[in-house]
Design a protein around this ligand. Sequence first.
Ligand code: GLY
Length: 365
Amino acid sequence: MWTEIAEKIAAKTLAAIRRNGDAIPYIADDAGRFDDMTDKNISWWTNGFWAGELMQAYTVSGAEELKNAARSIEAKLDRALMDAMGMDHDSGFKWLPTAGADYALTGDPASLNRLLLAASNLAGRFNPRGNFIRAWNDRDGEKAGLAIIDCLMNLPLLYKASEITCDPRFSQIAALHARTAAEHFQRPDGSAEHIVLFDPETGERTGALGGQGMAQGSSWTRGQAWALYGFTLSHRHTGDPLFLDRAEKSAAYFTAHIPASGLVPADFRQDPDCGFEDDSAAAIAACGLLELAERTGKSAYADTARRLLTALLENRCDLTPDTDSMISHCTVAFHDSRHNHPLVYADYFFTEAVTRLAGKGVFIW
Ligand code: GLY
């Protein structure tokens, strides 16, 4: 079954690039037609996902057009590498699905160069007082103490840089940030804060914000999924049992809150009748659970991943080649005016999970 779906995804992505060339999609309209971020914001955090999806699809069909379009997007992101204020903590999201996938599949030295430049910049965001990686930029210091749960997913760029260069500094920084997330982001019930505030001079934790979730103290589902997958990846790269413990706590929390439908809301603490859904959280969690199943040997994690993916497949998935987007009901932030729409990263993580279950794909994290 998963092989057949992976093949349909590969055919759909091929049809999309034949329509749209090397556009860099973020969001789709109601007709499932992607936009293009190339000239809107080349530094946007999601700009690597479509190329990553094309590379995953390439491992399924072998169609050179997929790889070539992905590499063209990777080259376009060089403009982002030269935009200092656009270089935020999301370098992992931007360069692992692009340069990372390319380097893993082709060994291209240009991709390696991009990976190391991006990793060096990310390492430079580390604050040794609070042991955290600063999330976003400004020039008045207002954001100097902000760190967010999503950053766990950017750490594999640092782990990879250490593997490539045999220089432990990158992975030491990544592990210190992950320890900070374990101490200051994960709550006792296994849920996670989205944004944590630190005093950038002393490193003291000064508060937390609800961020893209419903409210402070709520449970933004994509953040829970980033925690689940992110802690699992830090365990993969370090073997530190603290990170496995935190990954399993995140997984237990997430699993206990999945509704009977298998479709995940935008915030686990929203009113059950609210109707805001975030399929991207489901797809990310499925990827994290598949990795966690492999790390622990516990098949229940993989069963939950398949349950999430099947719910998406049966209710929220357009595999026809006539539309660009695949997964339909996502939410960027709880208080946005638009909900339940396609997002490129939901499609990416759905593709990553499906290709993995089909025994294909390239592991980028
Ligand atoms: N990294 C931002 C988000 O998950 O929306």
